[in-house]
Ligand binder design. Structure first.
Ligand code: KG4
Ligand code: ZN
Length: 346
């Protein structure tokens, strides 16, 4: 069954990026009309992390400007906004902006779960057919790994909108571990891309001196705070050489590999245990080139019949195109009252 042509405005202010996008679904094909992510990285870099109240003020300033840039005279049929999870003061800026807009334009408002949006970012491709039933038979059940600055979750997905949380981090998220260990080494925020850059320059083998927390445990949970502490002790002990370029490259490579080993091991275990048809990645850490490469080759080698999906890098990190697409899938659900971090479908 073909859907009518629809234009959806997506809004995401869950963390430090003010993101808006306009998506068109035409003959069941996805087309991104515009996609703008106004980054606050420079502002937060000097603090080594995101300051929620500062981010909130920036969102307030940026929202009308980014909205203008994204919409540029286009009409839209409904608005999708991230309702959570995320930083509460930041979420409210987006929600209130979306509510006002929906009221003024008399368009429906759909609340979107940020984790689900990271998963559905895999469907943001012009070749993708958007009917739920089409996707269903070949893809599900699937195991989804969502790895970002705020989350590390493994979910069993039975269909679009049907998820079961099977494991998550007990302390820091994988992205948070990249960010915090980068800070320990005196590197900039966000730590993920910069650690990846140093790791890529490292020549020679990885020594595997850092721990792989909880890797051998039978559950699907994660823990990354022990890895962060191990890096802190290592740097303290090796203070004299810790500032050298070569040392930072080698340590970055070790940190990255520890995180990759744990993420792949637990996901592949879940994929085998639940006999899934696909493994789906999402979230900022999924932009990591080494993680993508190693995941692909292990899935290819150990489970050749399992599909491996990862979004293009620009749709791994926070964006509103994924929010608009998620709103499209949930367009028939009525939203009575949006509560930040409350109204969640996952
Ligand atoms: O999904 P995202 O943009 O925001 C959240 O929902 O948290 O993820 C941001 C996180 C940051 O922790 C950042 O360091 C990490 O994703 N990240 C990366 C890479 N690019 C972003 N981590 C490892 N390698 C990358 N290339
Ligand atoms: Zn995110």
């Amino acid at each position: 069954m073909a859907t009518q042509n629809l234009k959806i405005l997506g809004i995401d202010t869950s963390c430090d990026d003010t993101a808006l996008a306009l998506l068109e679904i035409k003959n069941c094909k996805v087309r991104i009309i515009s996609n703008v992510v106004s980054s606050q990285i420079k502002l937060h870099a000097k603090y080594g992390g995101v300051y929620p109240m500062l981010a909130k003020r920036e969102h307030q300033k940026n929202l009308p400007l980014v909205f203008k840039k994204v919409v540029q005279g286009h009409n839209f049929d409904f608005v999708g906004v991230t309702a959570g999870p995320g930083l509460e003061p930041c979420l409210w800026q987006g929600i209130n902006f979306a509510k006002d807009l929906a009221e003024k334009t008399k368009k429906p408002l759909i609340s979107v779960n940020h984790i689900e949006a990271h998963i559905l970012a895999n469907w943001l491709q012009p070749t993708h057919q958007c009917q739920k039933s089409d996707v269903k038979s070949q893809m599900f059940p699937a195991v989804c790994l969502v790895v970002s600055g705020g989350h590390t979750q493994l979910l069993l997905m039975r269909a679009v909108g049907k998820y079961k949380l099977i494991g998550e981090t007990r302390d820091d998220a994988a992205g948070e571990c990249f960010d915090k260990t980068a800070r320990i080494m005196g590197l900039e925020y966000p730590g993920g891309p910069i650690i990846a850059k140093y790791a890529a320059r490292h020549k020679g083998c990885s020594l595997s001196v850092l721990p792989r927390p909880m890797m051998k445990q039978k559950n699907y949970d994660f823990s990354f705070s022990g890895l962060k502490t191990a890096v802190l002790y290592k740097i303290r002990k090796e203070k004299k050489k810790a500032k050298s370029e070569k040392y930072i490259q080698a340590t970055s490579s070790e940190i990255q590999q520890s995180i990759i080993d744990v993420l792949i091991h637990k996901t592949v275990k879940a994929a085998k245990d639940f006999k899934v048809k696909s493994i789906i990645l999402g979230g900022g850490v999924a932009a990591n080139e080494e993680l993508r490469k190693q995941f692909f080759s292990i899935v290819n080698c150990q489970m050749p019949n399992v599909k491996f999906l990862v979004p293009p890098k620009k749709f791994c990190t926070d964006n509103a195109a994924m929010v608009a697409l998620t709103a499209f899938y949930h367009r028939r659900e009525k939203v009575k009252k949006i509560k930040a971090n409350g109204l969640l479908s996952v």
